[in-house]
Ligand binder design. Structure first.
Ligand SMILES: C[S@@+](CC[C@H](N)C(=O)[O-])C[C@H]1O[C@@H](n2cnc3c(N)ncnc32)[C@H](O)[C@@H]1O
Length: 268
């Protein structure tokens, strides 16, 4: 067979979807204008820029943007909340890695802002935690909180099912081209202290509500509870479940848009 090599592994090709770098699914083209939403310290932004695209990293945290700017002085970054950002020009694509599940206030508002930032036909490509993400870690947390008489911890994430996120994208004016919901068990190489390190890193606000004298015993109990499922001889593994999607903005007028308030004036 004579494969069309240039298109086989390109925009939204299934081959690129499973486990391949997200940047391959995005497939940035030289000269394209792309937003990296929830860019953090700019690692993914830089990967996009390496493909020749003109990329703007946007993040809600001024500290993250400062760090991204210091690490990647040649790239553009701006502080902006994904629920509210507006742009003065339209973009060819919006990409987002490991950030959409932190944008919990109103997922439809985020999708509406992405829609408004894109030209018709523009791509929205992302990866986020999907339903069931970190289920063992979360159950260990909730159980430990209860054991210590602390009630329910406040969890800062939104892990949608594929059906739920597909509906949100379609109702928000996108045609879904690819959606994948897959287990991705991941070694906790940066958290040798296991589930306790994970809670310290990703749920600091929940920990901040815990009386100081209970923090260490609580974290120890979390490790005991999570170990049977997540500790291997070779180290701890996080039970990540990822939702990966690629969607295209429908032409104008293709769908009535949901009633999401539009912020005044361009921010970016
Ligand atoms: C886990 S980091 C991922 C960073 C980066 N995308 C990466 O791949 O390394 C999640 C990022 O989302 C940002 N974030 C969370 N909520 C946000 C919001 N409402 N608007 C914009 N950025 C947000 C956080 O500040 C953080 O930098």
């Amino acid at each position: 067979m004579n494969w069309a090599v240039s298109t086989y592994d390109s925009v939204f090709g299934y081959v690129s979807a499973h486990g391949a770098p997200l940047v391959d699914l995005l497939d940035p083209q030289p000269g394209e204008r792309i937003i990296d939403l929830g860019c953090g310290t700019g690692t993914f932004t830089a990967e996009i820029a390496e493909r020749g695209a003109e990329v703007l990293g946007v993040d809600g945290s001024a500290e993250m943007v400062a760090q991204a700017t210091a690490l990647h002085p040649g790239l553009s970054f701006a502080v902006g909340d994904a629920h509210e950002f507006t742009t003065s020009e339209t973009f060819d694509a919006v990409a987002s890695n490991a950030a959409l599940h932190w944008m919990t206030r109103d997922p439809d508002a985020v999708i509406a802002r992405v829609h408004a930032a894109l030209r018709p036909g523009g791509r929205f490509v992302g990866e986020l935690g999907g339903a069931g993400n970190c289920a063992e870690l979360i159950v260990a947390m909730q159980t430990a909180w209860r054991v210590f008489g602390l009630g329910e911890p406040e969890l800062p994430w939104y892990f949608p099912s594929p059906a739920e996120y597909a509906t949100r994208l379609e109702d928000g004016g996108f045609t879904l081209r690819l959606l994948e919901h897959a287990d991705r068990p991941s070694r906790m190489t940066e958290g040798p202290g296991g589930a306790a390190d994970w809670v310290r890193a990703y749920a600091p606000r929940a920990l901040a509500d815990v009386p100081p004298e209970l923090v260490e015993p609580l974290l120890e109990r979390i490790n005991e509870l999570a170990a049977p499922a997540l500790r291997r001889e070779s180290g701890w593994v996080a039970d990540y479940v990822r939702l990966r999607f690629a969607a295209v903005r429908k032409p104008d007028g293709a769908v009535p848009m949901p009633d999401v308030p539009t912020p005044p004036g361009p921010l970016l």
